[in-house]
Design a protein around this ligand. Structure first.
Ligand code: SF4
Ligand code: SF4
Ligand code: FES
Length: 219
């Protein structure tokens, strides 16, 4: 069983385990949005989980969700450089997010709120202009809705759907234009989806929400 040193604390880990999950289990909070425990290939999209790791006498910045532990590895999670990079990543994510927590179906479990309150960061970007796009909500499915203005492009819904051997969801376009969509941009109700709602469960924000939750379609 390898042991590593995170912020000066010696911690035991399972072989092959990623730094993120070892740290969280040991009570060291690292913000994260797109990671799934046990996933073979990390998505690595949000860049919130950056940490510094000593490699060959130098410190390198790497995503904690992607890096497996090694014996006596030294990891730093709280440096000024890390705080700056994570903060910028969070501001970018929030710059096109429609913040309306009061009416949001996920307000009690929202990962953005958790990050913001754990790190004392405002949900509203301070340095970047808000660029929320006017994208329509897909309210066509009988059991759940999709609000693209609250999607943080973490790909968790896409991956869970693929794990269930379906591929109803995917990203279209690139960069700022990127959106989660269905094949040919068809409405959710037209998919032959089994309505398992796994995508809704893994979504860390109010982007995918069950209709019974009382979230508002224009919230
Ligand atoms: S997803 Fe909902 S609860 Fe979370 S920050 Fe956005 S509006 Fe607020
Ligand atoms: S809908 Fe939710 S789970 Fe899917 S990419 Fe957007 S934020 Fe992530
Ligand atoms: S949680 Fe590691 S890059 Fe998103």
């Amino acid at each position: 069983m390898p042991s590593l040193i995170i912020d000066g604390k010696e911690i035991k880990a399972d072989p092959g385990e990623k730094i993120l999950w070892v740290a969280l289990r040991s009570g060291i909070y690292i913000p994260h949005l797109c990671a799934t425990e046990g996933a073979e290939l990390p998505f690595g999209g949000c860049r919130l989980c950056l940490v510094e790791v000593e490699i060959g006498g130098r410190r390198e910045m790497i995503p904690a969700c992607a890096e497996p532990v090694r014996e006596q590895m030294r990891v730093y999670t709280q440096t000024e450089k890390i705080a700056k990079m994570r903060r910028t990543a969070f501001e970018l994510i929030m710059s096109d997010h429609h913040i309306d927590c009061k009416n949001c179906a996920k307000r009690k479990t929202c990962e953005l709120i958790r990050i913001s309150s754990s790190l004392k960061w405002s949900l509203r970007p301070k340095k970047l202009r808000s660029l929320v796009r006017d994208l329509p909500i897909d309210d066509s499915h009988p059991l759940f809705s999709f609000d693209p203005k609250k999607c943080v492009k973490c790909a968790k819904c896409i991956r869970v759907c693929q794990r269930l051997e379906n591929s109803f969801l995917d990203f279209a376009y690139r960069g700022f234009e990127m959106v989660l969509t269905t094949f040919d941009h068809r409405p959710l109700s037209s998919l032959r989806c089994e309505s398992c709602l796994e995508c809704v469960k893994v979504c860390p924000t109010g982007a995918l929400f069950p209709k019974e939750s009382g979230g508002t379609a224009d919230g």
